[in-house]
Design a protein around this ligand. Structure first.
Ligand SMILES: [Zn+2]
Ligand SMILES: [Zn+2]
Length: 89
């Protein structure tokens, strides 16, 4: 519905290739819980996580990206948001 673009969602053109390169580098293993990820594996689907968030000056370079399973990825971002709440941004 919304037509405006959020800056944090601006991914490079080769994003798809980039994330698969990261998954391959990490052997599709979640860098948090060590589970072997599977495409379309529900909570075990591999996802790319930015170590330094884009809106904190991070880049889309693969050195700033890690493979996380969907479950951990969700957790990481939840914790991050909670922390931000606790310390008031
Ligand atoms: Zn995981
Ligand atoms: Zn992330």
């Amino acid at each position: 519905m919304s037509r405006y673009k959020r800056p944090s969602k601006q991914y490079p053109k080769n994003w798809n290739r980039l994330r698969f390169a990261v998954f391959k580098r990490d052997n599709y293993i979640c860098q948090m819980c060590g589970v072997k990820c599977k495409i379309d594996g529900g909570l075990r689907s591999p996802q790319c996580h930015h170590l330094t968030p884009i809106n904190c000056g991070g880049t889309h370079h693969w050195s700033n990206l890690v493979t996380l399973c969907k479950r951990c990825h969700r957790l990481v971002h939840k914790e991050w948001i909670e922390k931000k709440d606790k310390y008031g941004r």
